[in-house]
Design a protein around this ligand. Sequence first.
Ligand code: HPA
Length: 277
Amino acid sequence: MTIKPDTQQKTSSRMSLPEHITEIKDFLTNAGLPDIIDSAVILGSGLGSFGDHIEDPISIPYTDIPSFPDSTVIGHSGSLIFGSVDRSSVLAFSGRFHHYEGHPISKTVLPIQLSKAFEVDKLIISNAAGGINLRYKVGDLMIIDSIIKQFFMISEPADKNWSYDMEESAAKVKEIASDLGIVTQMGTYLFAKGPSYESKAEIRAFRYMGGDAVGMSTAPELAEAGRLGLRAAAVSLITNAAAGVVDQKLDHAEVKEAADQKKEVFAKLVKGLIREF
Ligand code: HPA
């Protein structure tokens, strides 16, 4: 995602981060984290094992961090892991705060705001998503080149002077993936509120709207990254066909299984992005 922040917004006081973000950063720097970090990675459902690739890790459970909400979903361990990958400093969020767990959208974007506070240069966002596009198969990696974010509001009503364009960064992610021999799809991520999976009719409607994959995270995070002028790459792992695409009931075990099978390729791509994005 190449973000084209509005120059007016750059100097606006609305760009300032919530106060609790400064408190969290202070807590973390006291725990040994540096003031500036090269990359931040948000690990989607079942993709937390990327944490094992981080060298000299400092791992802090979310529950130990003041002002951090709890993340409760199965498959999310809920900890912050700081360390290095190929000599580059990395902050990994293993576990997110979903709106469907009861967190307001403004809290779900905490990892983005914290990334901004650490002045990260590269933000890498991943998620598990249902495939709406009929050409997608379970296990495909979809680079997000656009989002449909009509179902939530991220900025304050008057804070509308920002825009972003993800296509340039999606092309860069595609190039990095190709160089590593990783085959990817590229498409639009549509945010659904959850907590239940979608109905068949909703998926039909989402397909008409232009969604290629559906999930319950990421779009608010990308919108916030756009608002804050952070460069972001985003990748969905297609863990299941969305409702009605195949005649099969959806469950979370399927999401975990698909993520497990793809974890090495996913780790290779994330490492490539840390190096070159
Ligand atoms: N719908 C919404 N969120 C998801 C899905 C889905 O089918 N799969 C993984 N996350």
